[in-house]
Ligand binder design. Structure first.
Ligand SMILES: [Zn+2]
Length: 276
């Protein structure tokens, strides 16, 4: 059994439950895009304070108005202050059901081993509680298109997410997950790069901190790689949608997901959300 599987088996993870952090957790490492060392700190928030981002004395609620980003990553941004590649730690906060938590840091969040599971492993020992919380659903269906992809969101009793990846190479793969279901498959999915994009990304200065330790090169003929890539896109979607109120339920079906599409989707959902 992998360490991640053990962490999941030790205590069920589900965003149906409202959990809280009991200790300060510091996570160090380098960023996948900048290669720069960075630290993200998570501390318990006051009851009812929600999810906050703190940096240099600033403390703001994490919501859809903060999300920004360059290709290949999502950031929290206020003016010149940014925390880049924040999607994996946000996905961990979301899947663990953390309601009141302070995320502190700037620069680029550590990539660790390229999975959301690595963040869950670090946080899980300090997470307690899994109290059921009622959910509020979206009032209507909405559709969003961006960056060559499209998303449809509909009312639902719980948060259910599905992605289909398709790079126009004659294959496509689906990954799906619902709140309360076992997240192991997407927690363990690594960051990836398509072989055909490697040179262009390097020329653009992206992926300075990428290595085979945290990123796999997607071979389009390998079904296992296709599956892991779809599961990682699902993990990124969980993270990009973690800026939504945790008790907001909806069903999202995203074709050709990207951080740009995911962020537009988050803003669109926020614009019709009945809860803030
Ligand atoms: Zn990712």
């Amino acid at each position: 059994m992998t360490t991640i599987a053990k962490a999941v088996a030790a205590s069920p993870i589900g965003v149906h439950g409202a959990a809280r952090l009991t200790a300060r957790i510091e996570v160090d490492g380098h960023g996948v895009h900048t290669g720069a060392p960075g630290r993200v700190t998570l501390t318990p928030g006051d009851p009812g304070s929600g999810r906050l981002w703190r940096s240099r004395g600033m403390s703001v609620p994490i919501d859809a108005t903060l999300v920004d980003g360059a290709p290949g990553q999502s950031s929290l941004r206020v003016g010149d202050l940014a925390l880049q590649t924040v999607e994996h730690v946000l996905a961990a906060i979301s899947v663990l059901g953390l309601r009141d938590v302070v995320l502190e840091g700037e620069g680029e969040a550590p990539i660790l081993d390229g999975t959301v599971g690595a963040w869950v492993e670090r946080l899980r020992p300090a997470v307690v509680g899994d109290d059921p919380r009622p959910t509020t659903t979206l009032p209507r269906v909405l559709r969003v298109e961006a960056a060559g992809g499209r998303a449809t969101v509909a009312p639902a009793k719980r948060r259910e997410l599905a992605v289909r990846i398709d790079f126009g190479e004659g294959w496509s793969t689906v990954a799906a997950w619902g709140e309360g279901d076992d997240p192991t498959l997407w927690l363990s999915a690594r960051t990836f790069v398509r072989q055909v994009d490697v040179q262009a990304f390097q020329a653009a200065g992206r992926g300075r901190g990428a290595s085979l330790e945290n990123t796999f090169v997607l071979d389009p003929t390998d079904p296992c790689g296709q599956s892991e890539a779809a599961r990682h896109k699902l993990a990124d979607l969980v993270g990009d949608l973690a800026v939504m109120p945790p008790d907001l339920a909806f069903q999202a079906w995203v074709v050709r997901p990207s951080h740009a599409l995911n962020r537009n989707l988050a803003r669109a959902i926020a614009s019709i959300s009945p809860i803030g």
